[in-house]
Write a protein that binds this ligand. Structure first.
Ligand code: FE2
Length: 227
């Protein structure tokens, strides 16, 4: 058990999140090894996986959460997300990097997106707030990385990556605090559910930024160029 308190996230939960964030950080392909095309592919995969899913996954918390704290954290986050049109901002970021996703990118990330959708579809407030917390907490690793990928693509539009710095840290803490509270609302094995959901969310992020995925696209572009 995470020694759940009313004061906020416990060191145990923070450590669990931090260890998984470090795992994501060490799995991100080194920027120096990526071509411009590979950087574009990774942005295309990120947009295909996140743009249409972030809001419904957070909405699931407002529907399924048992605790007022989890509902509050999700609504607070959704308010900013919708009011400031983060989806539009992400699309503008992709356009700036000439990295809008195509059908191929949606297809490529679909198996990973589907796994996450199945977790959300279970209707567990604890699992959905944990997924949301992961997207917020892990963003400290992948958002600066996205900005670097966009630089490689000669983009000048960094609004999406700029605003997902400080605000995400606040929202991440809020979500962790919400997990602690949600876990107290009658779940059978909350620690197990939290840990399994963190692992799945971590793997979801890792698969988006796989270098091998960007390699195949480069290979295809190369072959098409030869025709
Ligand atoms: Fe956002």
């Amino acid at each position: 058990m995470f020694n759940i308190t009313d004061e906020g996230a416990t060191p145990e939960l923070l450590t669990l999140f931090e260890n998984n964030a470090k795992e994501i950080q060490s799995s991100l392909p080194a920027l120096t090894t990526l071509s411009k095309e590979q950087a574009q592919t990774l942005i295309q995969r990120y947009v295909a996986a996140i743009e249409g899913n972030f809001v419904p996954w957070f909405c699931a918390v407002t529907i399924y959460a048992r605790s007022p704290q989890a509902k509050y954290a999700a609504m607070e986050n959704l308010d900013v997300e919708i009011r400031d049109d983060h989806q539009g901002m992400l699309r503008a970021f992709a356009i700036g990097a000439k990295a809008e996703p195509t059908h191929e990118h949606y297809q490529a990330v679909l198996p990973h997106v589907s796994k996450m959708r199945k977790i959300i579809a279970e209707g567990s407030g604890l699992k959905s707030i944990t997924v949301s917390a992961c997207l917020e907490y892990f963003s400290k690793e992948f958002v600066p990385y996205l900005a670097e990928l966009a630089k490689k693509c000669d983009s000048t539009n960094f609004q999406y990556t700029d605003i997902h710095g400080e605000a995400d840290a606040i929202h991440a803490n809020q979500c962790l605090w919400a997990i602690e509270h949600e876990a107290k609302w009658g779940y059978m094995k909350p620690e197990v559910e939290i840990e399994k959901t963190i692992n799945a969310s971590r793997d979801f992020i890792k698969t988006i930024f796989q270098k091998s995925a960007s390699d195949s696209s480069v290979q295809r572009a190369f072959m098409q160029g030869k025709k």
